[in-house]
Each structure stands twice: as structure tokens, then as C-alpha cells.
Design a protein around this ligand. Structure first.
Ligand code: NAP
Length: 247
């Protein structure tokens, strides 16, 4: 039976690339979209691309920062596909600003979407996987969570927390045959990084030994590996994918 993968924030950028890649791997794909607008403008097209690869794919609407919506979504996916084998906690936002000027809402929003979402999804998906006695959870952190980044106090906090969550979940869920790992991208070309100034992009590029920014497929390929049988003895790891930027 084909495996089923959920990708949060799967309608564009890195999440969409992961959806296409896991569909290439033969998995049915549940694409989480924030709302109807996001589903209609982006999500349905990604689902269609996945179906063209010969698997089943469907969009599921949920704001992953909302506990009850995640519960409903995981139930709906289990009902629709029969199992939930791979979860990629990819949804994320930025709301950058210097620490001393950062508004409370700016901090709370980023923590809710980037960090609490991982609790919400790991809790409900983890329960399904524990009953199945198998599963793969892959959390999308960031080099900002490992090394810090000026202007991203909120974002760094959320992405560092994901590392701790990954390690704890790996220890709790390992005995039930579930692996939990994280990827920590560096600078990947997407809507999230398109908004940065050319000046800042040039500064970042100068720090990357491989001499170019990452592509969304670079993250998708690593997630594909972590979701595969080849990674069955890897858990509690954080894989940095940054072209050598932080070494
Ligand atoms: P992106 O293109 O902005 O995609 C983020 C996705 O998350 C969008 O589909 C977005 O939907 C969705 N999302 C936002 N809030 C959500 C919510 N509350 N519930 C459900 N979905 C929500 O950014 P990306 O570059 O692909 O980033 C994907 C992940 O990689 C993020 O976790 C990001 O922090 C991480 N990352 C990215 C980079 C990079 O250089 N790009 C580096 C390190 C880590 P909407 O479009 O509707 O808002």
C-alpha cells in the first residue's frame, strides 16, 4: 500500500517541492494549505502536479498554529488515506525586526506559526504513528535557529525550539518505530527570501562557499532521503543544507 505524507505549508516554495518529490517517491500526498484562498491559488495546482506523478493528492485546509484545526486535519487525512506515514512540518513565516523594536504581536505570531505548529502536528500525527508503530517526522528548522541571525530574534527562537522538539520527540517516539529529524536550510530561493534587498542577498552570497543560493529541490531531496527506507536508522539529527555557509 502506498504511504501517505503530509506537508504543512505545502502549496508553494520548499513545501511544494517536497510534495512533488515525495509524489515522485510514490507517496500519496496531503497538502496543507492555510486557507481556501491559498488552496485555490496555489495548493490545487501542486496537488494536480502530484497526481500527474501517479499518486493520490489532496489539499487540507488548516492554520497549523491552531491546535483544534490540526486535530481535525490529521483525522481527515487518516480518514481519506487510511494511514499517515510521513509528516513534514514545513509551514513557516518571518516577521523580521531588531529586538529592541520588535512588537509583542510580531514575536507571538512567529512563535505560534513556526513553533506551536510543530507541537500541534507532532502531537496528533504522533498519536496516529504510535498506533501504526511506524512513521517519519521531519521538521524544517533553519540555520538561524542554530547560529542566530540579526533581525530574527523571533524566528531564531522558533527555529531553535524546533531542534529541541525534534530531539525530545525522537526519544519519546523512537521505541514505537518512529524517526524524528530536522533539516536546517541556509538561504533557499523562495517567496520568503525574494523579499530581501539585493544588497543583503549579495552579502549572504559572499558567505556561501558553493557560490550560489540553494534551490527548493535541495531541501526536498534531503527530506526524501529522511523519509525513505535508507534513513531508517537515523533519528534525532539536524541536517544543515546551506552550501557551507555556516561552517
Ligand atoms: P514560503 O514560500 O513563504 O512558504 C511558507 C508556506 O507556509 C506557505 O505556503 C504559507 O502559506 C505557509 N503557511 C504560513 N503560515 C501558515 C499557517 N499558519 N498554517 C499553514 N500554512 C502556513 O517559504 P519557504 O521558503 O518555502 O519556507 C518553508 C520553510 O522553510 C519555513 O518553515 C521556513 O522558515 C523554512 N526555511 C526557509 C529558508 C529559505 O531560505 N527560504 C531558510 C531556512 C528555513 P501562505 O503563502 O498562504 O502564507
Amino acid at each position: 500500500m502506498a504511504k501517505t505524507a503530509l506537508i504543512t505549508g505545502g502549496s508553494q516554495g520548499i513545501g511544494a517541492a517536497i510534495a512533488r518529490r515525495l509524489a515522485d517517491d510514490g507517496m500519496n500526498v496531503a497538502i496543507n494549505c492555510l486557507d481556501e484562498y491559498n488552496r485555490d491559488t496555489h495548493g490545487e495546482a501542486v496537488a494536480a502536479e502530484c497526481r500527474q506523478r501517479g499518486v493520490e493528492a489532496e489539499c487540507f485546509i488548516a492554520d497549523v498554529s491552531v491546535h483544534a484545526q490540526c486535530d481535525e486535519m490529521i483525522k481527515a487525512i487518516k480518514e481519506r488515506f487510511g494511514s499517515l506515514d510521513v509528516v513534514v512540518n514545513n509551514a513557516g513565516i518571518t516577521a523580521d525586526g531588531l529586538l529592541v523594536r520588535m512588537k509583542e504581536e510580531q514575536y507571538d505570531k512567529v512563535i505560534a506559526v513556526n513553533q506551536k505548529s510543530v507541537f500541534n502536528i507532532c502531537k496528533f500525527a504522533g498519536a496516529v504513528m504510535m498506533r501504526q508503530r511506524s512513521g517519519r517526522i521531519i521538521n524544517v528548522s533553519s540555520v538561524a535557529g542554530l547560529y542566530g541571525n540579526p533581525g530574527q530574534f523571533n524566528y531564531s527562537a522558533s527555529k531553535a525550539a524546533i531542534v529541541g522538539m525534534t530531539l525530545t520527540a525522537a526519544k519519546e517516539l523512537g521505541p514505537r518505530g518512529i524517526t524524528v529529524n530536522a533539516v536546517a536550510p541556509g538561504f533557499i530561493k523562495s517567496a520568503m527570501t525574494d523579499v530581501l534587498s539585493d544588497e543583503l542577498k549579495e552579502k549572504i552570497l559572499a558567505q556561501i562557499p558553493l557560490g550560489h543560493f540553494g534551490q527548493v529541490e535541495d531541501i526536498a531531496n534531503t527530506v526524501s532521503f529522511l523519509a525513505s527506507e535508507n534513513a531508517s536508522y537515523i533519528t534525532g539529527q539536524v541536517i544543515v543544507i546551506d552550501g557551507g555557509m555556516m561552517m
